[in-house]
Every structure is written in C-alpha cells, then in structure tokens.
Design a protein. Structure first.
Length: 132
C-alpha cells in the first residue's frame, strides 16, 4: 500500500503534466454539419452586430447553402451515403474559404469604424495621404 504523501505527489504531478497540454489539442474536431452551423451563427452574429451588411450576409448564406447542396449530392453519389475523405477535404476547403471571407469582411468594418473614430478625435481633419 502506498503512503498518502506519495499518492498526493503522484496526483500533483499528474495535474501538472495534464495542464501543460493546451485544451484545444484535446478538443474534438467538428463534423461538417457542426461547422456549417457555426458558420451560419457567425454570419448571423456579424449581421446583427452591423459587422456585415445585409447584402454580404445574403451572399455568404448563399455560399454556405451551395456547400450544403454539394454535400448532399456527394452523399447521394457515395456508396452507402458515406462521404469519402476526398469529399470531406473538398467541403472543408469550401468552408474555410467562407470562414476567411466572414472574418475579412467583419474586420474591414472594424477598421472603418476605428478610422472614423480617429477622424473625430483629430477634429474631422483628413490625413494628406488619405486625400490621394
């Protein structure tokens, strides 16, 4: 039987070792459906927070819908309705493109807002390089 002191050391060391690994590396990967849902939530949030215009959000939703249709077609054509690894990779690439576009559009709006704030702080004066 192990003494209590030795058991405490083992527990403390185990906790220390476990805490060295980031939580993200142990997280589950998202399914295609979960990723589509997350992207749609991201689009809705961006539109709600005025980081995406209605036109931009509509365009992004259309692209996400195209990915859903593509996935459904791939499943119909696949043996047993199961996607191949090549299909999953292709769908992931499409969703990566959409994700990058969402982030780009949202960040562009953020920069514009910050530029307007800076202009107000400067008394409405435009920088000489902005006039070019």
């Amino acid at each position: 039987m192990m003494p209590i002191r030795q058991m405490k050391r083992i527990v403390v060391r185990s906790i220390m070792i476990f805490s060295m690994f980031p939580a993200g590396s142990m997280a589950e990967t998202m399914t295609i459906w979960q990723r589509q849902k997350a992207l749609m939530t991201n689009i809705n949030q961006g539109q709600k927070n005025n980081q995406l215009t209605d036109k931009e959000a509509k365009s992004l939703r259309k692209k996400l819908s195209a990915v859903s249709k593509k996935k459904a077609k791939m499943q119909r054509d696949a043996d047993g309705g199961k996607l191949s690894s090549e299909n999953v990779i292709e769908l992931e690439k499409d969703m990566n493109d959409i994700s990058v576009e969402i982030k780009k559009l949202r960040l562009e709006k953020r920069v514009k807002v910050l530029e307007k704030q800076k202009e107000k702080e400067d008394g409405g004066k435009k920088r000489w390089w902005k006039k070019l």
